[in-house]
Design a protein around this ligand. Structure first.
Ligand SMILES: C[S@@+](CC[C@H](N)C(=O)[O-])C[C@H]1O[C@@H](n2cnc3c(N)ncnc32)[C@H](O)[C@@H]1O
Length: 342
């Protein structure tokens, strides 16, 4: 495999929800995952030791991905794919329940400051997500050199009904046969002895509180109002909309010199799914205005995107009370924007 082939991370936002892993790997195989692989030392070793497994490496830092991709390419490993993606979004959106055979998390960021602890990856909610995606018997390996995080990991594992230690104890401080990751080498050089967790998913069924997000039809709303796109742009102010677990931030409005079209830069957080998209407001020759999703990048028409467009229409209605919705395909609870034809 050459370097470009191993750089599969660039496609992550184009994968279907859930992903078809056997199509991606070109074969069936148990699905193993390393979360936050850093320089890739452990991932490459895992791929060598498990030639029959389909191995996914997840990382959010681009330099680490390039670094690891070179190691994968140099090693000629065909059973690894690297993705620039967070563990949370990959597990929830790309993996079906009971599909993952093993997860490794080596030296997750410890977030040592007290007021940053809620940023730690391993907590009760994350274990519930793991429990829903891993099948009975699947292995969960964690290593950390941070004493306080080790306390947290021990506590969440011990109170989870879905995992059991392979050892008689919660963790071990020695793991001779294991390839040392870069962070492990630093920890040892600085005199910190790591904690190694070797746990396993048990048979207790896990409720799935983490549904795979659905893609809805490409949203569009056609409206009439007494303003053109330039005037709408002048009224625009940054705003935030929150509903249940969806958080939408309208950041800025940009106008095209060419055709007057407005692009509203919008951030949408739906649980672990984060999208930075453009919502488009354009005039038709008839004078009607169309609001939709700009096809910049690879936007996914989720429930949150439909909600964002509904929120834009509601904002415009507040600014221009005579606004009339001529047509809308917004789904679910947003479909009830009054439709009036004049
Ligand atoms: C402290 S480093 C450890 C790297 C490597 N595992 C090692 O032991 O050398 C933690 C890594 O996790 C990555 N990371 C942090 N949060 C993540 C997430 N939610 N999903 C995937 N990777 C994540 C970071 O970018 C970073 O490279």
């Amino acid at each position: 495999m050459d370097l470009m082939e191993s750089l599969d991370w660039y496609k992550v936002e184009q994968l279907s929800w859930p992903a078809d892993w056997s199509a991606i790997f070109g074969r069936e195989g148990p699905l193993l995952m390393e979360i936050g692989f850093g320089s890739g030392l452990f991932l490459v070793d895992m791929a060598r030791r498990n030639p029959k497994a389909n191995i996914i490496g997840l990382e959010i830092a681009l330099p680490s991905i390039r670094n690891a991709a070179e190691k994968v390419a140099r090693g000629g490993l065909t059973n690894v794919r690297l993705f620039q993606a967070s563990a949370e979004s990959t597990l929830q959106a790309l993996c079906v329940p009971d599909s993952v055979a093993g997860v490794v998390i080596n030296f997750p960021d410890p977030w040592p400051k007290k007021n940053h602890r809620d940023r730690r990856l391993i907590d009760d909610e994350f274990l519930c997500l793991l429990a829903s995606r891993m099948f009975a018997g699947a292995r969960l390996e964690i290593a950390t050199d941070h004493v306080d995080y080790a306390g947290q990991i021990t506590a969440v594992l011990q109170r989870s009904p879905h995992f059991e230690s392979d050892l008689d104890v919660a963790f071990t401080r020695v793991d001779e046969g294991r390839v040392q990751t870069k962070y492990q080498q630093v920890a040892l050089a600085e005199g910190r002895v790591p904690y190694f967790y070797k746990w396993r998913r048990n048979e207790v069924p896990a409720e799935d509180h983490f549904p795979i997000p659905k893609e809805l039809p490409m949203p569009h709303v056609i409206i009439r109002l007494p303003a053109d796109t330039s005037e709408i742009g002048r009224y625009f102010r940054p705003a935030v909309v929150e509903q249940e677990s969806t958080y939408i931030r309208f950041v800025e409005a940009f106008q095209s010199f060419h055709d007057g079209k407005l692009l509203i830069e919008t951030y949408i957080n739906e649980g672990p799914i984060l999208q930075r998209i453009g919502l488009e407001i354009r005039a038709r020759a008839t004078g009607e205005i169309v609001i939709g999703l700009a096809e910049i990048g690879f936007p996914r028409p989720t429930r949150g995107v439909h909600l964002a467009i509904a929120a834009l229409v509601q904002w415009l209605r507040r600014e221009f009370p005579s606004l009339v919705v001529v047509q809308s395909n917004l789904q679910g609870e947003y479909a009830d924007i009054p439709h009036k034809r004049d």
